[in-house]
Design a protein around this ligand. Structure first.
Ligand code: UFG
Length: 326
């Protein structure tokens, strides 16, 4: 019989790609999602249990029914701006929800958890290439909630109760190369889907948030990591934790910096379409450049990105959005 893996937030963007990968690698994902931002059409590789992290009894029954060998924990609110407006929501869903989940995991003696963390933990840093030894100093409530859960997991590891890792993603992007699933947020705030929407005529223009940053072309630089590469890293980390130990946190990025202007040019090239681009003011809280040092991921997970060159990231996203539009 296939081993069950519980995937919280498995109907969401990154969670659904992880479910596909788990299934391909011989596991049976069990999706736990309240569908607040996830989609039932993204649940294709295992049963969906509709529930919230705060609903302890439903969570307990999932563990009783499926006895998962590990938990991949994606379910969370993930918008920086919203977290500034409504920090309570982020404390409730991201911290309190994770605490309930961790309590149930321990009570049911499930030994392994892989946690979705974020490079936003590093805050406003001087250097642009970031490794895991940097101090963590988040500058928004969203980042604070990710740090709080990392700290709880560190305590649990020390107490010997739960073997876990926090995977700190840079900018998740792209879509399943086979076109089965992709990104669908409402509202959509992320750069690549917004630029693609402009190419599809769904947005009148692209606004570049600032072109006076100390970067080569003046626009912000980010490390766009393909969502299918993230999925592979999760399954690898889970398997390593089942049989051994990993460091408490590992960065997941491509190690490639692309500017906002690079992304706009790449979408124009791949789509073959032109659209208006305007320069707007800087967006609050945006660091100039964030690129992952990927050495630890390579060493500990024997992992490196396969799909994360900008053309593949944008190309798979373009295919997905074009198909959705058709
Ligand atoms: N940008 C624009 N125009 C837009 C949208 C975005 O110029 O219409 C710029 C942003 O200013 C930023 C870059 O494009 O410089 C990327 O912005 P995204 O909103 O796509 O991504 P962020 O880097 O802000 O956020 C991502 C994740 C968050 C995470 C954060 C950590 O989506 O979950 O990285 O820094 F917290």
């Amino acid at each position: 019989m296939k081993k069950h893996v519980l995937v919280t937030g498995g109907a969401g963007y990154i969670g659904s790609h992880a479910c596909k990968r788990l299934f391909e690698d011989g596991y049976q994902p069990v999706i736990y999602d309240n569908l607040s931002t996830g989609h039932d059409w993204a649940v294709k590789w295992g049963p969906l249990v509709l529930g919230d992290l705060l609903e302890k009894e439903i969570l307990e029954s999932v563990f009783n029914d499926y006895q998962p060998v590990a938990v991949l924990h994606f379910a969370a609110c993930g918008l920086v701006e919203e977290s500034v407006r409504d920090p309570e929501k982020y404390i409730r869903n991201n911290i309190d929800g994770s605490k309930v989940l961790i309590d149930v995991i321990k009570a049911k003696k499930c030994p392994v958890m892989v946690f979705s963390s974020s490079c936003t933990l590093y805050g406003n840093v001087e250097q642009s290439v970031l490794d895991e030894s940097l101090p963590v100093q988040p500058i928004n409530p969203y980042g604070e909630t990710k740090l709080a859960v990392e700290n709880i997991l560190a305590e649990e590891r020390q107490a010997g109760g739960l073997n876990s890792i926090a995977l700190r993603y840079f900018n998740a992007a792209g879509a399943d190369p086979e076109g089965e699933i992709g990104e669908d947020h409402d509202p959509e705030t992320h750069l690549i889907p917004r630029v693609i929407s402009a190419a599809l005529g769904q947005l009148p223009e692209v606004k570049i948030f600032g072109d006076d940053y100390p970067t080569e072309d003046g626009s912000c630089v980010r490390d766009y990591i393909h969502v299918s590469d993230l999925a592979v890293a999760h399954v690898t980390a889970m398997e390593k934790l089942i049989t051994g130990e990993l460091p408490p946190a590992i960065n997941l990025g491509a190690g490639i910096g692309s500017s906002v202007k690079d992304v706009v040019a790449c979408v124009k090239k791949i789509s073959g379409r032109d659209f208006p681009v305007k320069i707007g003011p800087r967006r609050d809280g945006d660091p100039a450049a964030l690129v992952a040092d990927t050495a630890l991921a390579q060493k500990e997970l024997s992992w490196s990105s396969q799909y994360s060159d900008l053309e593949t990231v944008v190309g798979t996203a373009w295919q997905w959005h074009q198909n959705q539009n058709a």
